[in-house]
Design a protein around this ligand. Structure first.
Ligand code: HEC
Length: 114
């Protein structure tokens, strides 16, 4: 009896975690595609060809309080100075995916090829 309950709970937990990791993988893959299609013209390999000091490297994002999904979503949505706004061009889901991808790459120093 107890064993049945425990194994049922474990099954639910297992399915739940598989689902979560699938969703994350999809978002990062989508974020990568959006980044390469739209952002990389200015931010190739996490750089910044227009404002050389505002790269997407982790320590730079931290310096300018940009090292969070919220901050990146805001800036991509509304733009800032020479960076265009993507509201209307990208859905909020797409913007969240690309923000997650930027943070993941910043964490890895923009070195890992995904
Ligand atoms: C036309 C060139 C251009 C494109 C395209 C562009 N950006 Fe930017 N980006 C900039 C510029 C310029 C800045 C610096 C803005 C400022 O602070 O004045 C910037 C800043 C940023 C920052 C903050 C960097 C920091 O160190 O403060 C993030 C994050 C960012 N961009 C993400 C993106 C993402 C994600 C995309 C694609 C959806 C994108 N950008 C597309 C030009 C661009």
């Amino acid at each position: 009896m107890n064993f049945r309950i425990v194994s049922a709970l474990l099954t639910v937990l297992l399915l739940w975690s598989i689902q979560i990791s699938t969703v994350e993988a999809v978002n990062l893959e989508q974020g990568k595609q959006i980044f390469n299609a739209i952002c990389s013209s200015c931010h190739a390999r996490g750089g910044n060809v227009i404002m050389g000091n505002k790269t997407l490297q982790k320590h730079v994002l931290e310096k300018y309080s940009m090292a969070s999904t919220d901050a990146i979503v805001q800036q991509v949505t509304y733009g800032k100075n020479a960076m265009p706004a993507f509201e209307g061009r990208l859905s909020s889901e797409q913007i969240e995916s690309v923000a997650a991808y930027v943070l993941e790459q910043a964490e890895q120093g923009w070195r890992k090829k995904r």
